[in-house]
Ligand binder design. Structure first.
Ligand SMILES: Nc1ncnc2c1ncn2[C@@H]1O[C@H](COP(=O)(O)OP(=O)(O)O)[C@@H](O)[C@H]1O
Ligand SMILES: [Mg+2]
Length: 315
């Protein structure tokens, strides 16, 4: 008889996951993060999708000694107006339908950490308001006359090159410099191949428990194959690959070879890798872009923006 775990039980198993790794660059990164965790300066986490930026943000908060909550918000999923009320809250009657005053996330995360994911997607006009919060430690709820004070630690993450966005005029230089006082980069999985074995074995053990499957281990053959792939979706892709293989009972090294491997990874730009991976994921989700975005861990808006860009480039 199978015992099926509830969604909550399964999520609890997954959330036990700390950011794992023994690669020297990873150890160095974790040490550097630990040494600034207790400070209040903003932190910028750069890195490709799936490299563990969200996990790192959580880890920084956990070792910060801050008493407040850890609150995370994805900037790409809100329009500018919604993001403003979401973050800063609003007064009673601030807009139609605002029957009661509501505190925003900045207030909820007071004395804690506010994690702003996909900061590169922040609307240009709103960036000035975020800068104000960072510099003055004050913010104004929508509809309010007075400013409130906040003691929140900001961690921002992006999978885009913010500096490039600044050059293109899409991101404010002043906010960029304020955010990048403490910049860190989460390394892509292809740069830490020595961690594949440990990460995979952890995921296998976890997923077998989560799905009540008989325990299994990585064969030398599958390890070898996993190490030759370039992992554009990084650790998220590795985990998904392992989950799919376990659930469908496919040997771990099988499916990966059918993933249209890229012959020479160094020939291709990061964006080309990203494009291949994203198109592949859409294909795997039978063309369902919302599902693909979910698998990729990016917002539907981000996905549409990328597709539009590639279409324009190809035109
Ligand atoms: N170093 C790591 N150790 C264990 N799991 C990881 C690690 N990095 C990422 N993961 C897992 O990979 C997935 C994507 O991580 P996430 O932090 O959301 O990446 P990002 O925010 O950079 O897109 C999550 O399931 C996470 O638990
Ligand atoms: Mg994330």
């Amino acid at each position: 008889m199978h015992h099926h775990k509830s969604a909550t039980e399964r999520k609890a198993i997954r959330d036990r996951n700390p950011y794992a790794g023994d690669n020297p660059a990873v150890i160095q990164l974790l040490n550097a993060l630990d040494s600034v965790a207790t400070k209040s300066s903003p932190i910028l986490l750069e890195g490709e999708t799936g490299t563990g930026k969200s996990l790192l943000a959580r880890r920084i908060h956990d070792s910060s000694g801050r008493k407040g909550r850890f609150i995370s918000i994805n900037c790409a999923t809100f329009s500018q107006n919604l993001l403003e009320t979401e973050l800063f809250g609003h007064t009673k009657g601030a807009f139609t339908g605002a029957k009661q005053a509501r505190a925003g996330l900045v207030a909820s995360a007071n004395n804690g950490t506010l994690f702003l994911d996909e900061i590169g997607e922040l609307a240009y006009d709103f960036q000035a308001k975020l800068l104000h919060l960072l510099e003055e430690k004050t913010f104004r709820p929508v509809g309010a006359d007075i400013e409130l004070t906040s003691s929140v630690r900001i961690i921002a993450a992006t999978n885009r090159h913010l500096k490039q966005l600044v050059k293109e005029g899409a991101f404010r230089a002043d906010l960029f410099y304020r955010l990048s006082v403490l910049p860190f980069t989460a390394p892509p999985l292809r740069d830490r191949l020595d961690d594949i074995e440990g990460l995979s074995n952890n995921f296998i053990a976890q997923l077998c428990e989560e799905h009540s499957l008989p325990a299994t281990t990585l064969t030398p053959q599958s390890l070898k194959t996993l190490k030759t792939y370039h992992w554009p979706g990084n650790i998220r892709e590795l985990r998904n690959h392992i989950e799919r293989s376990l659930l469908l009972n496919i040997p771990l090294q099988k499916k990966i070879t059918s993933l249209a491997p890229i012959r020479n990874p160094s020939d291709k730009s990061l964006e080309a890798h990203e494009k291949t991976f994203i198109l592949h994921t859409i294909h795997e989700n039978n063309g369902n872009k919302s599902k693909a975005a979910l698998t990729l861990g990016i917002s539907r808006r981000t996905l549409d923006r990328k597709l539009k860009r590639w279409k324009e480039l190809a035109a």
